[in-house]
Design a protein around this ligand. Structure first.
Ligand code: MG
Length: 264
């Protein structure tokens, strides 16, 4: 083989090898794009509170007071209550684990004052039912002795809607009527936030109610317009941060049992 032919063959062979290499390289996948910087999945999260939730022993049964509740009526006596007008021993009747309104003796109130609370209270309207409208199984739970969640026998008993059972009296009708028959035990679970007043006595934050009646939401964080008065428009009048919880004597033998509060 001449030198020229050998060089030519080597050149051709080299060219083929280079072409093959380029072909092989061309067949390889493109290099992946540069990885994004590592992302912190917890960036911008709301940080957890510094302390864990306090442990509270739940009640033994649904509706029973949890360990941090203040039991204001356990079915045995009225020692934690007094007459609403003028104080003195409450005169309502206690029997079979319940207290019963004693008509004409007046409303009763807790000796202890409360502000923001969660309240559990069970009640039953008289049976057989007598009267109609507001004159049937009427009582009421007054927060801070001022703002009433109505207690009324509203089972097949028409009245103005914002005066029926679980209304914020004359301000908000319940979202639905889940009243049980007279004589049957009913339950209110209520979250109440007290109003706030400035130094001039003007309201700066209205009271609010959230109410469950027999487990059903009937007041959804409503803003109380003021005193739940029977006549005239509601109004606010400055009062202490903590005031008693009162129950109304409206001349009807409404029963109450298992009353407890949790201060919020
Ligand atoms: Mg009432």
């Amino acid at each position: 083989m001449s030198l020229n032919r050998a060089v030519t063959r080597a050149t051709v062979t080299g060219g083929i090898l280079i072409a093959a290499g380029v072909f092989v390289l061309a067949q390889q996948p493109a290099a992946p794009p540069a990885a994004p910087p590592p992302r912190d999945p917890h960036a911008n999260e709301v940080p957890p509170p510094k302390n864990p939730p306090r442990v509270v022993m739940a009640g033994a049964t649904v509706g029973a007071p949890p360990a941090d509740a203040i039991v204001v009526f356990d079915g045995t006596d009225l020692s934690k209550r007094e007459k609403e007008k003028g104080g003195g021993p409450a005169e309502w009747t206690v029997a079979d684990g319940a207290m019963v309104v004693k008509p004409k003796t007046g409303g009763i109130r807790t000796k202890q004052g409360f502000g923001d609370v969660q309240l559990h209270i069970e009640w039953a309207a008289p049976s057989p039912a007598r009267g109609s409208g507001q004159d049937r199984g009427n009582s009421g739970v007054f927060f801070q002795s001022t703002y009433e969640v109505q207690v009324l026998d509203s089972f097949e008993n028409a009245t103005y809607w914002h005066g029926s059972a679980a209304s914020v009296y004359k301000q908000y009708a319940p979202l639905v009527n889940v009243s049980r028959k007279p004589g049957e035990w009913q339950v209110y679970d209520i979250v109440y936030h007290a109003p706030a007043f400035n130094e001039d006595g003007r309201v700066t934050k209205r009271a609010t109610f959230t109410v469950f009646h027999n487990g059903v939401l009937v007041q959804d964080h409503v803003e109380v317009m003021g005193v739940t008065t029977n006549e005239g428009p509601p109004y606010y009048k400055a009062h202490a941060d903590k005031l008693p919880l009162s129950l109304q004597d409206h001349d009807h033998t409404v029963q109450y049992r298992n009353i407890w509060v949790r201060e919020l």
